[in-house]
Design a binder for this molecule. Structure first.
Ligand code: ATP
Length: 681
């Protein structure tokens, strides 16, 4: 067994084998994690705890992992808590008998609703001791809160929160954590604190989802070794287990499927029992930006590659199972839509189910497949299509489609599906095959139908002028540019969820100015001047620091909005207003002239800029450039312009501060190169 002795801490000595995992035990572990910033220590605490769950109550492993990653279910299940600050404050007030005004004042002073809840609970005299919370009970309670819909749902959600909160301990400090100094300012291992933070969607532990995945692998490897009577596993064995779980999760990102399979068959058998399958959307492969065609040629020198048009629409992963194959995919029957033609669904790049947005596509799927195709997963782009001119329409047209409850017969904006990859065919994943093979299978299995289904246009060339020509043609065909992809080697396999160097994007507008656009989160707004006083006139935008799990401001933007857009944005953003910045809005990156209004972090916007500059005002990526600046400065955008809303991205999928730093370094390298050239002249 992985020794608990290695940290000297038993997170919860009272918990006995076979008993449900106490929520207090998980909170004690959270608290231990919260006290450190060292990645290895964080991972060790998480892994030891999961190992203890495996030894004592393995049946609770799934909800434990879900509470650790702050997700109640896999993304495709579409389960969102959707609970704003005001609702949480109301629930805390009603549970603890404190007035909303007092809770608001506390929140204003403390700035962390989790701590406000803990404080409110500890001030409250308890008449009787409620039954202790369990991990499973909390998971189920939260799930039912998330599922409440329709009339009176707010009140029902509040009463669900109250039920959990009234059973939560304000502080279990010291309980079971011998010799551990739980720092007061972090509030200790309070159940109330972590419950509320879960509802807010941020546990603020510095425990990234990837770290939990690694910790889970280590916990299971150690557990299995102990079962076999082996010694503690070697570092190599742990690394092997980690690699298996990472690979499995990238093809099948569903703990609901993986954890039971792992418990039954063991971690080292996962590759045989858990494979990519219809019904579980995977995170798509993404591309790296480039600045020029010569950069592409440098990267792919001596290798075969292909240039595809980069269509400007919405990423769509289409899953399909024919009626007579349904029995092979028991998981698919719960996630995919069923009709006489079989099972099918369309998922976004976020694994959100888009089937209700594109019923017109699903209704036609069976027309595209050739005889003998019984199941598939396709990677495509849906693009608005002009039936008269038989041409691709701009992205903005696609965005005018309703997102839900669309009736196929009412659809006004027609879409054409451009398929560029095939990830699964007739019972087998194809992701490990080369792109050339996948493309061949794709073309052999489907029939293009004009204006409905097409293969992405491509040219296999490594000639600079021919690539330039393809780029121009793609732009004439209303595309964004080219996707250049490795074609033959092992590196040309499909890499789920990776931004890979084996796919490069060349956008037409890269060829001058700043490479890529950025996708940034709206944190706050300033009221407008002159004509714009009744709406927000400028906005504070941030990039996401994945390590610290914080948002770091990168610019203030007031350009690119029409009056109509500003009015729309005012309507959309007003309900998201909050009293003060969230604790995970990096404080040191916020400029002195703070916004008039702060928002919940929800909206993501695509923004372009002239260039990036070192700045003492907006300090995104300050950690990354500290060596360059000697501290005190971060990176900000110059002359930012609003391009469009990215409804398909969550705030955590915004451009990362690391990517901002990388763009800045690239820009500086080019500036230097040009300066060098001028010097020679
Ligand atoms: P972008 O702002 O460029 O869309 P992104 O972060 O959404 O950025 P990228 O990896 O940068 O995604 O670009 C790839 C996107 O381009 C894909 O997500 C897909 O939606 C779209 N796309 C269009 N045509 C293709 C193609 N032929 N191959 C792959 N992706 C394509």
């Amino acid at each position: 067994q992985a020794t608990l002795g290695s940290t000297g801490i038993d997170p919860y000595p009272d918990w006995k084998a076979g008993e449900p995992v106490p929520y207090a035990a998980l909170c004690t572990t959270f608290s231990l994690i919260e006290m450190t910033t060292k990645r290895l220590v964080i991972s060790a605490h998480a892994s030891l705890f999961l190992n203890q769950v495996l030894r004592l109550t393995p049946g609770d492993l799934l909800p434990t992992v879900q509470l650790m990653i702050n997700k109640l279910a896999a993304d495709y299940a579409g389960i969102e808590l959707g609970i704003g600050e005001s609702l949480i404050m109301k629930a805390i007030g009603e549970t603890t008998g404190r007035s909303l005004a007092v809770i608001k004042a506390d929140q204003h002073e403390i700035g962390d609703l989790g701590l406000v809840a803990a404080k409110s609970r500890s001030n409250q005299p308890t008449m009787f001791k409620p039954k202790p919370l369990t991990v499973r009970g909390v998971h189920e309670g939260l799930l039912s809160i998330a599922k409440v819909q329709g009339h009176g749902s707010q009140d029902k959600k509040i009463s669900g929160i109250k039920k959990l909160l009234s059973a939560a301990d304000a502080a279990t400090a010291g309980k079971g954590s011998k010799g551990v100094d739980i720092t007061k300012d972090k509030g200790g291992p309070s159940e109330a604190k972590f419950l509320i933070r879960f509802l807010e969607g941020k546990l603020r532990l510095g425990l990234a989802e990837k770290t939990v995945l690694v910790a889970l692998a280590h916990a299971v490897v150690a557990y299995e070794a102990a079962l076999n009577g082996d010694k503690a596993p070697s570092a190599d064995r742990l690394a092997d287990g980690e690699a298996v779980l990472k690979q499995t999760y990238s093809e099948l990102p569903a703990y609901e499927v993986i954890i039971p399979a792992m418990l039954e068959h063991g971690i080292f058998n996962l590759a045989n029992v858990c494979k990519l399958q219809p019904g579980v959307p995977l995170k798509p492969m993404l591309a790296k930006p480039t600045k020029s065609i010569t950069e592409v040629l440098d990267r792919f020198e001596g290798k075969d590659f292909t240039c595809e048009y980069k269509y400007d629409g919405e990423r769509a992963q289409i899953h399909y199972v024919a009626p007579d194959s349904i029995h092979q995919y028991p998981n698919a029957t719960t996630t995919l839509q069923k009709d006489a033609k079989g099972l099918s669904s369309i998922f976004s790049r976020n694994s959100e189910d888009l089937s209700k947005k594109y019923p017109d596509i699903l209704a036609k799927l069976d027309r595209w497949i050739k005889p003998g195709v019984s199941s598939f997963v396709l990677d495509c782009e849906t693009v608005a299509w002009d039936l008269e001119t038989k041409k691709v329409l701009p992205f903005q047209q696609l965005m005018t489609r309703k997102r839900k409850d669309v009736k196929a017969e009412d659809v006004k904006v027609k879409v054409c599906v451009f398929a560029f990859d095939l990830l699964f065919l007739n019972g087998d994943p194809t992701v490990k095959k080369s792109l050339r093979e996948r493309r061949q299978l794709l073309h052999d299995s489907f029939n293009p139908i004009e204006g409905e289904f097409a293969f992405a246009q491509h040219g296999n060339t490594n000639d600079l002028e021919e690539i330039q020509h393809l780029l121009e043609e793609s732009v004439k065909a209303s595309c964004e540019g080219l996707m250049v992809k490795m074609l033959d080697t092992e590196e040309s396999g499909y890499e789920p969820s990776k931004r890979s160097r084996n796919w490069l994007k060349v956008k037409k507008d890269y060829l001058a100015g700043l490479g890529d656009s950025l996708d940034l989160v709206v944190l706050g707004a300033y009221f407008g001047r002159g004509k714009r006083t009744s709406v927000y006139g400028a906005f504070l935008l941030a990039a996401y620091n994945t390590t610290k799990q914080t948002f770091e401001t990168v610019c203030n933007i007031g350009t690119g909005f029409s009056e109509a857009v500003l009015e729309e944005l005012h309507k959309e953003l007003s309900p998201l207003a909050i009293d003060r910045p969230k604790p995970f809005y990096d404080h040191s990156s916020v400029p002195k002239d703070q916004p008039d209004v702060w928002f919940e972090p929800r909206l993501v916007w695509e923004v372009k800029a002239a260039d990036l500059t070192l700045s003492p005002r907006y300090k995104a990526a300050a950690d990354e450039v500290v060596g360059t600046t000697g501290g005190g400065k971060g990176i900000s955008l110059r002359f930012p312009r609003y391009i469009k809303a990215r409804d398909d991205k969550k705030p955590e999928e915004a451009t990362t501060t690391r990517a901002v730093a990388e763009m800045y370094r690239k820009q500086e390298a080019i500036v230097k190169e040009n300066a060098g050239k001028k010097g020679v002249d």
